[in-house]
Design a protein around this ligand. Structure first.
Ligand code: UDP
Ligand code: MN
Length: 304
């Protein structure tokens, strides 16, 4: 059985959203860069397996199978590929996240199909209990370090349920505008290291066991608690899971283990040219080594 296999082999789990990829050449190119760099730097020990989970529709799955054959050829480690059907996951997810969608989705209604953008939020309720840790990764990444080294779960302080890097643009300075006006001394939306700039969901370490065990975290998923927090912070976003984590992180930072910026070095500069040029660098700067580049908002990734 799977369980017995897990005892003999140590499994590392990584999950990527992989939908509508067949219709999107640019996303295919990003996927190539991500997988080839992951394979290039990936090193695992004897008896270890990297399990790659993809959440996809049928057409993307077929294309993904084909592409992965090519991309994984030079892997020096053992791996396993699992495809999850996006509609099956959405069906499980929707009742859990429906009420949060109105706070963190664009548009007025809670579209059924948008529920999947909140997968990370409720992954601990969707995946089997035997799965205790998983890393969720965007496709627009380029790895410069062994993904095995990216297992900082053992560093989490008690109470933390996930590892996540800060957002590196002043987007939440913008989103929390009204709250910041009413609370001029607040750290909400201020830059690192003194402030709380919010989170970026391109790279996340989800401690599913800790998420299941945390009564605080699960309370925050309840519609009344969320509505209360959203009202308190005057929060209205459209970035899905990262809005949820950002908002609850303002009230309960102890739930989050902050990853070094080098593990999710975001490259998007959109907000620099849209009214925030004066403060942009305070958010964007990232000293120290870059382990993973994130070419968010379609930003090209350097070749080095
Ligand atoms: N994604 C997908 N299909 C799409 C668009 C996005 O599967 O048509 C997934 C993919 O894993 C991607 C992630 O959703 O990396 C987040 O989107 P993106 O990276 O483009 O957002 P950004 O980081 O620029 O905000
Ligand atoms: Mn991205």
């Amino acid at each position: 059985t799977e369980e017995e296999k897990d005892v003999k082999e140590r499994s590392y789990h990584a999950l990527m959203m992989f939908t509508k990829v067949d219709k999107n050449r640019s996303l295919q190119d990003k996927f190539r860069v991500a997988m080839l760099s992951l394979v290039k730097y990936g090193r695992f020990l004897e008896g270890e397996v990297l399990v790659l989970h993809f959440v996809c529709d049928q057409a993307s799955k077929e294309l993904g199978e084909e592409m992965l054959q090519e991309f994984l050829i030079d892997a020096t480690f053992k791996y396993q590929v699992l495809f999850h059907d996006v509609s099956a996951l959405t069906q499980k997810l929707f009742p859990i996240v429906e009420s949060m969608q109105k706070h963190f989705s664009s548009g007025s209604g809670a579209y059924y199909s948008d529920a999947i953008f909140f997968l990370s939020v409720a992954m601990h309720r969707i995946m089997p209990d035997s799965l205790t840790r998983i890393v969720q990764l965007d496709l627009d990444l380029k790895y410069r370090e062994n993904i095995r080294e990216f297992q900082e779960f053992h560093r989490f302080p008690p109470g933390a349920v996930m590892g996540i890097a800060r957002e590196m643009q002043p987007v939440y300075r913008h989103t929390f505008w009204q709250y910041r006006k009413e609370n001029p001394q607040t750290k909400v939306g201020e830059p690192h290291p003194d402030g709380l700039p919010g989170f970026n969901s391109g790279v996340m370490l989800l401690d599913l066991a800790a998420m299941r065990a945390s009564s605080l975290y699960n309370q925050l998923l309840e519609p009344e608690h969320l509505a209360q927090l959203a009202a308190q912070y005057r929060f209205r976003g459209h970035l899905g899971d990262q809005d949820f984590f950002t908002m609850i992180g303002m009230e309960h930072p102890e739930l989050f283990y902050p990853l070094a910026c080098g593990w999710n070095r975001q490259l998007c500069t959109w907000w620099r040219d849209h009214g925030y040029g004066d403060v942009f660098q305070l958010y964007y700067r990232c000293d120290g080594p870059v382990y993973i580049y994130h070419g968010n908002c379609n930003t090209p990734i350097p070749d080095d």
